[in-house]
Structures are given as structure tokens and as C-alpha cells.
Design a protein around this ligand. Sequence first.
Ligand SMILES: C[C@@](CO)(OP(=O)(O)O)[C@H](O)COP(=O)(O)OP(=O)(O)OC[C@H]1O[C@@H](n2ccc(N)nc2=O)[C@H](O)[C@@H]1O
Ligand SMILES: Nc1ncnc2c1ncn2[C@@H]1O[C@H](COP(=O)(O)OP(=O)(O)O)[C@@H](O)[C@H]1O
Length: 317
Amino acid sequence: MRSYTLIAPAKINLYLEIIGDRPDGYHELVMILQSIDLADKISVRAISEQIIRVHCNHPQVPTDKTNLVYRAAELMTKQFPEAAAKHGGVEITLEKNIPVAAGLAGGSTNAAAVLVGIDLLWNLGLTQTEIEELGAILGSDIPFCVAGGTAIATGRGEQLAPLPSLDHIYIVLAKYRSLEVSTPWAYKTYRQEFGHTYLKNTEDLAARAAAVHSGEIVKAIVHKDATEIAQKLHNDLERVVLPAYSQVMQLRELFATQPGVLGTMMSGSGPSVFAIVESEAQAQAVKQYIRKAIPDEDLELFVTRTITHGIQIASSI
Ligand SMILES: C[C@@](CO)(OP(=O)(O)O)[C@H](O)COP(=O)(O)OP(=O)(O)OC[C@H]1O[C@@H](n2ccc(N)nc2=O)[C@H](O)[C@@H]1O
Ligand SMILES: Nc1ncnc2c1ncn2[C@@H]1O[C@H](COP(=O)(O)OP(=O)(O)O)[C@@H](O)[C@H]1O
């Protein structure tokens, strides 16, 4: 039976601004999303039984219907019933390297990989846009994960426009293994505390344009200037997550005082925190310093870098 192995990179948010309410209950956002060189490996294999089977090496990740990869395979089966009947079921094996529930789009990038993998397995010939549209049905971050790189996302995060790509900007990433922040909780709390400050009618295009402040960081990205980008990092969700999670606040403060750190921010709804650093050597030095300052085995630390792509095919049999 045929199989494909795919590489699914994580993302960080260089920018996340909450513009207002949406009629569908989600929030209208302006985000800048960036792929990083920290990735899961996913294999997708055709099997004769008409079932979806998921294996995973990570104890925190479910292998039932609640796994986003299961839901991605189920969606493909529903959308393309003839191909599903012809090619049989799908066995998905996940090798997790991306910290779970971290604000790094781990589940989303896995789901994007499964959409790409099944498209290949069943010879569907879907376009990138078609795969992104299928991804948007399952989650707001999935469309970005398909092509990755650097992009500005609007709407609930699913409307994408590419930005000039950023390669080899070094990042130190930190996440407490046992700490999880619920994304619905973060948005709900933001709405309760700051809802009065944002737009109630996001259909009003002029008001929407006036509310957006991402121009400066976009300029910095066009200049491909890491120092300038690092100074313009922004994430509205920090306003609710940092006061509620002292460990995240502590990491943010520790990163900010390190030599070689150009800027630091929480990614997505957290709790991972990243720092943009000058060089790979500085990144290693910052990682070692943090490890010494917080000798807690629960703290995961990574040196990674920005990359210019999303899902990639590693091999096929
Ligand atoms: C915060 C961000 C930033 O990139 O990512 P993560 O921290 O999850 O990586 C995203 O906005 C999350 O994207 P994703 O995790 O795909 O969200 P979804 O599954 O679509 O939504 C999860 C929940 O978040 C809230 N949500 C999400 C997106 C949005 N624009 N408005 C919202 O209010 C809703 O409560 C929704 O039920
Ligand atoms: N393929 C998957 N990888 C990781 N977590 C998954 C996956 N599918 C479902 N989940 C569940 O989704 C939750 C959010 O995980 P994840 O996608 O890693 O976080 P985030 O959206 O913050 O980046 C986890 O608590 C986990 O139980």
C-alpha cells in the first residue's frame, strides 16, 4: 500500500492584534504568522480496511476522533467519497517534536499535512487554495500551515496574503511542558476585559482599516531587518495570559534581559514564549543561561530559526 511521509513545521505569531467581534462568535484578527524549523513528522498510509487509524508517540496527544489529524482524514473521506471508497482507509503515524498546546499550531500543522498527504495518496490534484479552504473548515490556523513561510492573516486567521520570506532569523523558544492555556479561554477573557475597546461592527471596512496597527512590522519584514522586526513584535493575548500565568511572565522578563536578545513575545494564545536573537551562537548562549536560571526539567527549550515553507514531502513509498 502507498504511503507518504511529510514534515509539518510549527509557527510563531510575530504579530497578533484583535480588531473586533465577528457575527460567528470568533474574533476579527490581524496576525503575522511565521514558520519555524521545529517540525513534526507525519506518515499517511493507505490501508485496505475502511477506517481511520492514528498512532502517536506523545502521551498528551489523543489518537481518537479528537485528534485534528483524524478530523482532517474524516473531512477528506466526506468530501471525496468515491476516492475514499476506491483507495480504502488511512493510517496516520505522528512523530511529535512540537510542544503540545503551546500556541505553536502543532495540531493545525499536523492536520494540514494530512490534507496534503491524502490529496497525494488519492491522486486528487487539489490546488493549494482548495487545500487551504478545506483546512479552514477545521481550524483558523490550518490554512497558513499548508504553504507556511511568512504571511499576514486576517478574518479569523484564515485569509492569507504572503509577505517577503524571512530565512535564518534565530529564535529561542521556551515552554513549560505541563502548562497549557486554552485558546477559547484566552479569547473569551480578552473579550470580557477589553471587548469595550474594539469594534462591534467588523463589516465597517473604513473603521477596520483605521484599527489596524501592523504597518510598522510589515515594513520591517519588507526590510528583512531582524532588529526592526523584534522591536515591533506584538500580541494582544499577552494582556490576558501574562497576568494569569506567572511562569509565562517570568520567561518574558528573563528573555528581555539577555544579551543578544532583540525582542521577545508570547506566541499565539501561549504559553510558549520566544526571543529573536542576533545569531545562532547567541541563541545557544541564551538557551544555556535560561536553563541555568530555571533548572526545572518541566521547561522545554529550543534553538530554532525562521523558514520559508510549510508542509513538505519527505518521502513516498
Ligand atoms: C491563537 C492562535 C494564533 O495563531 O493560535 P494558537 O495559539 O492556537 O496556536 C489562533 O488565533 C487560534 O487558531 P486555532 O487554534 O486554529 O483556532 P480555532 O480552532 O479555529 O478556534 C479555537 C477557539 O479560539 C477562539 N478563536 C479562534 C480564532 C479567532 N479568530 N477568534 C476566536 O475567538 C474561539 O473560541 C475558538 O473556538
Ligand atoms: N495532532 C495533534 N497534535 C497536538 N495536539 C492535538 C492534536 N490533535 C488534537 N490535539 C489536542 O489539541 C490541543 C491543542 O494542541 P496544539 O494544537 O498543539 O496547540 P496550539 O493550538 O496551542 O498550538 C491539545 O490539548 C491536544 O490534546
